[in-house]
Write a protein that binds this ligand. Structure first.
Ligand code: KIV
Ligand code: ZN
Length: 395
């Protein structure tokens, strides 16, 4: 069973809801100023993000102003503001979103036994009433209301079904099921989505959404499993920025759906050639470096050092690359010269640098390059130029 997609009308289209500016910013040390948030929002809009969660308006005047300015400027993406299940929160979000061409109020409350008892100190019936009241109130301001059951993956199923059914009756058009603490695993999360699709009678009136945190390193895997089970909105952040171990990384979700469309036949509206720019912008603004071996956007994601790999790459890039660097906005793969590099890669690198050596000189230069590579982690182009110059002087 699948949900229909109310934004595009296409069953196989996955809505990308980016929360870099809200959940991403909740990462300790990642706070951004207004100008920085506007830069990121405009890049997200340009790259085709469907929904930009711009902030949590009641959290601070700065957050209110950021959501308000983004709402004024963004025209093609829906702009969302977060609100707890209280009238003041919802009204503050509505006020901030007033100028938006397309505004969404995203309201949430915890539904797990643990959160209801210790965090909210509320009884389940009172939480259920708050769901109805908050969604009903939010609908007074916009017909695009999203409701989230915080700590959804640890929520008791009967209670979740009851809350989801009531949220939809009250007017929620997106139902988001967060794995707030990154606790679930793919099979279990997919089963949760299927359970909702099978048990909630009016579920076809809403889009099911997923929001995964990465505490066990499973945020992307869980999100993709949920999509295969029928979810049609994925909440994510650029570079996986977010609280604790972060959120599902947008670039990984989008490229996985694109690269493995044979087994996950779903589309997004993202221009993937803008992924590298988005990653670099978020990293530069937040000061959060991207780890070199990070999938899709790490400095080594398209770099090859081993001789066998370099040789294969030079013959046919598909031998060791499952997507092209150009598809994510990089110019070309990077052949990194080091102690594992082979003769073929060395010859190609020399050509790139403008050198054509005869067989003997090439052998000599290659042996000297290997000696150097044993002493240095990476041999830079300048090292090779110096080495060849020396070789030519000697000849
Ligand atoms: O992780 C979470 O549960 C959230 C909600 C507010 C959607 O960020
Ligand atoms: Zn979250």
């Amino acid at each position: 069973m699948t949900t229909s997609n109310k934004i595009t009308g296409d069953n196989n289209r996955v809505i990308i809801f980016d929360t870099t500016l809200r959940d991403g910013e909740q990462s300790p040390g990642a706070s951004m100023n207004l100008e920085e948030k506007l830069q990121i929002a405009s890049l997200l809009e340009e790259m085709g993000v469907d929904v930009i969660e711009a902030g949590f308006p009641i959290a601070s005047n700065g957050d209110f102003e950021a959501v308000n300015e983004i709402a004024k400027r963004v025209k093609n993406s829906v702009v969302a503001g977060l609100a707890r299940a209280g009238q003041k929160d919802i009204e503050r979000a509505a006020e901030a979103l007033k100028p938006a061409a397309r505004a969404r109020i995203h309201t949430f409350i915890s539904t797990s036994p643990l959160h209801m008892k210790y965090k909210l100190r509320m009884e389940p019936d009172d939480v259920h009433q708050a769901v109805v009241d908050s969604v009903t109130h939010a609908r007074r301001f916009t017909d695009d209301v999203e409701w989230s059951c915080e700590d959804g993956s640890r929520t008791e199923h009967d209670f979740m079904c009851r809350c989801v059914e009531s949220a939809i009756k009250a007017g929620a058009r997106t139902i988001n099921v967060p794995d707030t603490v990154g606790y679930t695993v793919p099979e279990e999360y997919a089963a949760l989505i299927e359970m909702l699709l099978n048990r909630v009678p009016n579920i076809d009136k809403a889009i099911l959404s997923v929001h995964c945190h990465n505490d066990l390193g499973l945020a992307v895997a869980n999100s993709l499993a949920a999509v295969s089970a029928g979810a049609r909105q994925v909440e994510c952040t650029v570079n996986g920025l977010g609280e604790r171990a972060g959120n599902a990384a947008m670039e990984e979700i989008v490229m996985a759906l694109r690269t493995r469309n044979d087994v996950m036949p779903f589309e997004t509206g993202i221009d993937t050639t803008m992924i590298t720019r988005a990653s670099k912008l978020v990293s530069a603004i937040t000061g959060f470096a991207v780890q070199p071996n990070k999938a899709i956007v790490g400095a080594n994601a398209f770099a090859h050092e081993s001789g066998i790999h370099q040789d294969g790459m030079l013959k046919n890039a598909q031998t060791y690359e499952i997507m092209t660097p150009e598809s994510v906005g990089l110019n070309k793969s990077n052949i990194v010269m080091g102690k594992h590099s082979g003769r073929n890669a060395f010859r190609t690198k020399l050509k790139e640098l403008g050198f054509e050596l005869g067989d003997n000189a090439l052998n000599d230069a290659f042996n000297r390059f290997k000696d150097l590579a044993d002493k240095k982690k990476t041999v830079f182009d300048e090292d090779i130029v110096a080495l060849v110059d020396d070789e030519m002087t000697r000849a």
